[in-house]
Design a protein around this ligand. Structure first.
Ligand SMILES: O=P(O)(O)O[C@H]1O[C@H](CO)[C@@H](O)[C@H]1O
Ligand SMILES: [Mn+2]
Ligand SMILES: [Mn+2]
Length: 391
């Protein structure tokens, strides 16, 4: 029985989104943002495995440029998102066959950013007299700025961004990791009721002047509004594996086994192991978050490029574990151009790089077509949206 592996390189967009002008980072429209394209332009990449599948061709296709160079050996294309958000849940759900049917609520870029009753709710759940932050911020910048106040007052640091999120940073030892996670979990239903996609716990540690975020981030996301390929695979009795934060993104629906780690290197070990071991008929869905969290939001071109070079070797090792009848697709959930203004995601098309069907041009497809193709490959019911691009 065939197996499927869907692997998301978080934020590894390739530009060309037709609606990019309606999205902003740092007050600048996303028109022209191109995460991988600009890393190639400014640093260069050594990604022979992804290139052979069709990465360079996909970038050209996404941006309306002629496709030149060696013919791709994989199933390749570029996908366009229709969901009205350039965030992680929107991208992953649509890839899994469920475009977002509502408009997310975004907290305004003002101080205060949160409505008074929500702030009061946070205080009540945290057992504090107030909160710090209450604004848009970059997560590393705000702990540098407010970490000392946090230690002094014991108040949680609450912030948002251009995404539909409420993030809470707190010191693991001084505030307590379990207390932070419980606060976010208890707050999540109140935040989801506002059509805000996620509450994210952002624990940090260290002394003043050297605060550092830890890997114990937790996301509490709204549940997807319809059956995703995870639900459909699980419903068909198939084994489903979630690597990284896929469990959090899908509200833990349709997932048998979670494979988490402290870093993307740990997640790469899980992926390569599951390539060898995953059950016949199973679906493995992976998210590699460090492209986004360590390099995209931090606008670090060199770091992002080095991570892509590293990942290419992971992809090569993983593909060697596969069986002839398997399908693997490498893709992304949105952009996060490290050369762009601000520190936020960027609206972009994403690469679709498939292994298992030989050389085939899928062309310009939709995010939901990825989920439909995975479902067709596995022989499970199709999600409500999308059309398979398998030959
Ligand atoms: O700057 P940090 O805390 O990494 O926050 C980022 O992480 C969130 C989730 O990807 C985004 O909405 C953005 O705000
Ligand atoms: Mn993401
Ligand atoms: Mn992000």
């Amino acid at each position: 029985m065939t197996r499927a592996f869907l692997i998301v390189l978080d934020s590894a967009g390739i530009g060309g989104a037709p609606d990019a002008g309606g999205f902003f980072s740092g007050g600048v429209p996303d028109t022209g943002a191109n995460t991988i394209g600009h890393i190639i332009r400014d640093r260069g990449l050594t990604t022979p495995t992804l290139d052979a599948l069709g990465l360079r061709a996909a970038i050209a296709l996404a941006n309306g440029q002629p496709v030149t160079g060696p013919a791709p050996q994989g199933l390749w294309g570029a996908a366009t998102e229709i969901s009205p958000g350039k965030d992680t849940p929107s991208g992953h759900w649509e890839l899994a066959g469920v475009p977002v049917p509502w408009d997310w609520h975004y907290f305004p870029d003002t101080t205060p950013s949160f409505p008074p009753d929500l702030t009061a709710r946070i205080c009540q759940l945290a057992g504090t007299e107030g909160i710090l932050g209450n604004c848009h911020a970059s997560g590393t910048e705000i702990i540098d700025r407010l970490g000392a106040d946090h230690l002094r007052t014991g108040w949680p640091i609450c912030y948002s961004s251009v995404d539909s999120v409420l993030q809470i940073a707190a010191h693991e030892e001084a505030f307590g990791l379990d207390r932070l996670i419980r606060l976010c979990e208890d707050l999540a239903p109140h935040v989801h009721a506002l059509r805000v996609g996620r509450v994210i716990a952002r624990p940090f540690t260290g002394p003043e002047g050297a605060f550092q975020r830890t890997p114990n981030r937790r996301d509490f996301a709204i549940a997807p509004p319809a059956d995703t390929i995870l639900d459909l695979a699980a419903g068909a009795g198939r084994a489903t594996h979630a690597i990284g934060k896929i469990g959090d993104i899908f509200s833990h629906r349709g997932i048998d086994r979670l494979h988490k780690g402290k870093s993307d290197a740990d997640l790469a070990d899980h992926l390569i192991r599951l390539g060898a071991e995953a059950e016949p008929g199973s679906l493995t869905f992976a998210n590699f978050v460090e492209f986004d969290s360590l390099y995209g939001h931090r606008r670090d071109v060199q770091g992002y490029g080095a991570q892509l070079d590293w990942f290419d070797g992971v992809a090569a090792a993983f593909l060697r574990t596969l069986r002839a009848e398997d399908l693997a697709i490498f893709t992304a959930d949105h952009g996060n151009d490290p050369t762009w203004a601000g520190t936020d995601h960027t609206r972009e098309r994403v690469p679709v790089l498939g292994w298992g069907y030989g050389a085939h041009a899928a062309g310009l497809v939709g995010f939901a077509d990825v989920g439909a193709s995975v479902a067709a490959h596995l022989g499970i019911p199709a999600p409500a949206h999308g059309t398979s691009f398998l030959p």
